[in-house]
Structure formats: C-alpha cells, structure tokens
Design a binder for this molecule. Structure first.
Ligand SMILES: [Zn+2]
Length: 98
C-alpha cells in the first residue's frame, strides 16, 4: 500500500482508489493534505499491469472462444484495479517520465 512520504501515513485500498481517481498527477494525502506523486518505477509497473487485460483482443487471432476473451478482459481489469494500490509507491517530488 502507498505510504505518504510527508506524514508516513499508510493509505488504505479505499483511500488510494478515491485519491487516485483524478487526471492530475498529484495525489492529495487524505491524512495530511500534502501533495504526493507516483514514483516513476510504480508508474511503469502499473503500465505493464494494464497490458494484461489489453492482450484480450489479441486472443481473437488464436481461435480462443469469445467467453474466454471476455472473462480475461473482465478478470484482468479487476486484477489491475485490485493490484494498483499494492504497486503504487509515493514520492514528495514529481518525477518526470523522460
Ligand atoms: Zn500525508
């Protein structure tokens, strides 16, 4: 679970989901109100996670039954969402992608 680098408060899964549902790259700590950012490493890991459900349409080329592709997409999305707070690591300074 992500830990605020400012107040060392550990965010719960619910808090993480609430705080991160924003298009802003800065996440406001629900405990101290300070801005926190996802580390470059955790953003890369999350990006790789999102590739799991996105491989679903590719299965179509291998004669995989539709119900399997559909389940893969749904389960993959649930997996990504449930793992997101575990993968997310916070930093007080914004790290740029490049
Ligand atoms: Zn905090």
């Amino acid at each position: 679970m992500p830990t605020c680098q400012y107040c060392q408060h550990r965010w719960t899964w619910k808090q993480t989901m609430k705080v991160t549902t924003t298009i802003d790259t800065a996440y406001t700590c629900p405990h101290c109100g300070e801005k926190q950012y996802a580390t470059k490493k955790s953003r890369t890991q999350f990006f790789l996670l999102t590739l799991i459900p996105l491989t679903a349409p590719l299965l179509n080329f291998f004669n995989v039954p539709f119900w399997f592709i559909f389940s893969w997409l749904i389960l993959g999305s649930i997996l990504v969402l449930s793992l997101f707070p575990a993968v997310l690591k916070l930093t007080s300074t914004e790290e740029l992608f490049f």
